[in-house]
Design a protein around this ligand. Structure first.
Ligand SMILES: Cc1cc2nc3c(=O)[nH]c(=O)nc-3n(C[C@H](O)[C@H](O)[C@H](O)COP(=O)(O)OP(=O)(O)OC[C@H]3O[C@@H](n4cnc5c(N)ncnc54)[C@H](O)[C@@H]3O)c2cc1C
Length: 603
């Protein structure tokens, strides 16, 4: 596999030409002065250098070495080089990029932070999870912490001196947090004693920072059952001293490390809280209200795993397909001077590469678009604008999270397939991408759970209003027509599925009135259908941009032609997948639910 190369041209295409980020930043007073085009370009270029030179070379090291727990004291050693790379990351000021200046951040937009996260993710996802998890902790404290909590914890997280975790999952529950058992008993000094076991905690213990700030979900005595009785707590590994320095060790420790399929460089810990000292964040028993505010960011962050893995896998597959020789082209030899033609001449290899490329480029557009909405939610001046963006983002989030991670698995598998048997061999790096990416469809809400969120909570519970908000945008774009017959044809195909999306929703909604299982039975097909339409929208928009550039006589003709060709590939060969999903989602629940549990297998 070739070394990772940051796709700067593609990033620029989406940032500047598709989403017009320069005008977007200029229109938001908080960013107008800081996120100037020169500053944005310089940050992206420096981020690219860091990812290519510092992080990418450690990706395989992380996979082969993994993390090691010291049996004596429960400390965890990260793979060779991880700690040093993190020190450079902190020194470069990267953790503070998109955080508030008040807490030591640089006050730059989240949508710029996501570009850096994409490059970090493509070059070394396991490493990126350490600062990535801090992000969740920072957002929680920023939104719900007291002034004192912000001064004590947020400032250290923002500089990157300390890292954070999110401790939700317990041995008996992950999707259903309503049944979690970790307890929080009040102490006389206003703190709480936290007791319980959390599992699968990413970055729960490591040697990269002097302190780890755990955000823990736990129940207060007498709290109502279910999700309405969960509260949030800050539980530091080391208790902070008055002056902010690291003090006494808290009663929280890593009981063991999980042995897992991928992301070996990231520590996945069983965390034991043995009466650890913690402090309540936000109101008692209102965890869900607190979580919803940052869930969109966290989920877009996981969507990025699918997207960034596609880029890494595509880069490897493309280079290999140009070099590997096998048989002759069906239409006559293309490299007569060689023993055989490079495999890129074969239609099926092109199918795989173009599927990767088409999913990858549109996924970047969706993630950046979602982040652009996030900037508006955080910083737009008008309340109406913020509300509109929040609703749009909330609708797109489960689609981005679940669809892009599923697509990430498909794309990395295709990348491995392009390598043939060599794809299965570790030294090429392609099987690592498959293994590392697989978890993305599971954590931060499984595909099934995201699908229920989309169809149940976001669409049906709003009587379709959230769907209509997006389909109206698509409709308006399609109605405006394209700059060429080719683009207009794409818009026509898009308009058809856009309309069908609403019809299918109505149909499922009607069925759900009689039988609630109809929602669960349709949900994942509905989500996948939605993903293909959303990516179709971005492809049609990208095609329109490319067409306009071609019409204007660009000096980059080959680049924009390739964009048009990839868009055409998407409309010819990927968007039609909606048809199968439409049939499946309206097939009803009976073929899923009629079989008795005992009849699933006769062994
Ligand atoms: C490597 C790794 C890192 C992780 N990092 C963290 C972390 O940092 N912090 C943290 O708190 N957790 C973390 N997790 C946990 C992760 O978020 C959970 O594993 C995930 O939420 C699923 O929960 P579960 O494993 O309990 O599966 P379950 O909830 O038991 O789900 C099992 C299956 O049932 C399905 N299912 C459950 N309920 C429904 C329903 N109502 N309708 C339809 N299908 C349903 C699910 O989709 C899934 O397919 C991590 C996990 C791993 C493996």
């Amino acid at each position: 596999m070739p070394d990772y190369k940051a796709p700067l041209r593609e990033i620029k295409f989406v940032m500047d030409e598709l989403l017009d980020m320069p005008s977007h930043y200029a229109s938001i007073p908080a960013y107008a002065e800081t996120a100037t085009p020169e500053m944005v370009d310089a940050i992206i270029a420096e981020g690219a250098r860091f990812c290519e030179q510092e992080l990418a070379p450690l990706n395989r090291v992380g996979d082969t070495e993994g993390c090691v727990r010291n049996e004596e004291d429960g400390s965890v050693k990260t793979p060779t080089g991880f700690k040093e790379a993190y020190a450079k990351f902190v020194e470069g000021g990267w953790p503070s990029l998109a955080h508030e200046e008040e807490w030591g951040g640089q006050g730059l937009p989240e949508s710029l932070g996501i570009v850096i996260s994409e490059m970090v993710g493509s070059s070394n996802w396991s490493w990126g999870m350490y600062p990535g998890l801090s992000h969740g902790a920072m957002n929680t404290i920023e939104m719900h912490g007291t002034q004192e909590q912000k001064e004590t914890y947020l400032t250290k997280l923002v500089t990157g001196e300390w890292t954070g975790t999110m401790c939700l999952t317990e041995p008996h529950c992950g999707s259903d947090l309503g049944i979690l058992k970790t307890k929080a008993e009040p102490n006389a000094d206003g703190s709480y004693s936290i007791t319980g076991t959390k599992i699968f905690i990413s970055a729960g213990e490591h040697d990269m920072a002097e302190n780890i700030v755990h955000i823990v979900l736990a129940r207060l005595p007498g709290a109502p059952e279910g999700t309405k009785g969960i509260s949030l707590f800050i539980v530091p590994k080391q208790l902070p001293n008055e002056d902010g320095s690291v003090g006494e060790r808290n009663a929280v420790s890593c009981g063991s490390l999980e042995h897992k399929m991928g992301i070996h460089g990231n520590s996945t810990c069983v965390m034991n809280f043995d009466g650890a000292k913690g402090w309540l964040i936000g109101p008692e028993n209102k965890v869900l209200n607190c979580m919803f505010t940052f869930m969109n960011t966290a989920r877009i962050g996981t969507a990025l795993q699918g997207s960034s893995a596609m880029e890494a896998s595509f880069q490897g597959a493309l280079a290999y397909a140009k070099e590997r020789l096998a048989m002759r082209s069906l239409t006559g030899q293309k490299a007569p001077e060689k023993a055989a033609d490079p495999i890129i001449v074969h239609p099926d290899v092109r199918r795989m590469l173009l599927t990767q490329k088409a999913l990858n480029e549109a996924s970047r557009a969706l993630v950046y678009f979602a982040s652009q909405q996030n900037d508006i939610v955080k910083k737009a001046e008008s309340e109406d604008e913020r509300k509109e963006a929040e609703e749009l983002l909330s609708f797109l989030t489960p689609i981005a999270k679940a669809f892009l991670t599923e697509a990430g698995c498909e794309a990395t598998n295709l990348g491995m397939q392009v390598y043939g048997g060599h794809g299965f061999i570790a030294e090429w790096g392609m099987e690592q991408l498959v293994r590392d990416t697989r978890i993305a469809t599971i954590y931060e809400g499984t595909t099934g759970i995201q699908a229920l969120d989309l169809l149940g909570r976001k669409v049906l519970m709003t009587q379709g209003a959230s769907l209509r908000r997006f389909t109206k945008i698509v409709h308006k774009f399609c109605k405006a027509g394209g700059s060429s017959r080719q683009v207009t044809k794409m818009q026509k195909a898009l308009a058809e599925v856009n309309k069908e999306w609403g019809d299918l929703t109505m149909k499922i909604g009607m069925g759900a009135m009689k039988n609630r299982d109809e929602v669960g039975a349709a949900a994942v097909d509905y989500l996948m259908y939605s993903g293909y339409v959303v990516l179709g929208y971005f492809w049609a928009r990208m095609a329109e941009v490319a067409q306009q550039k071609l019409d204007a006589g660009t000096t980059e003709e080959a680049y924009y032609k390739a964009k048009m060709q990839t868009a055409q590939f998407y409309f010819d060969r990927i968007l039609p997948r909606t048809k199968a999903h439409a049939v499946a989602m309206t097939a009803g629940a009976s073929s899923l639910m009629d079989m008795a549990e005992d009849d699933f297998a006769f062994l």
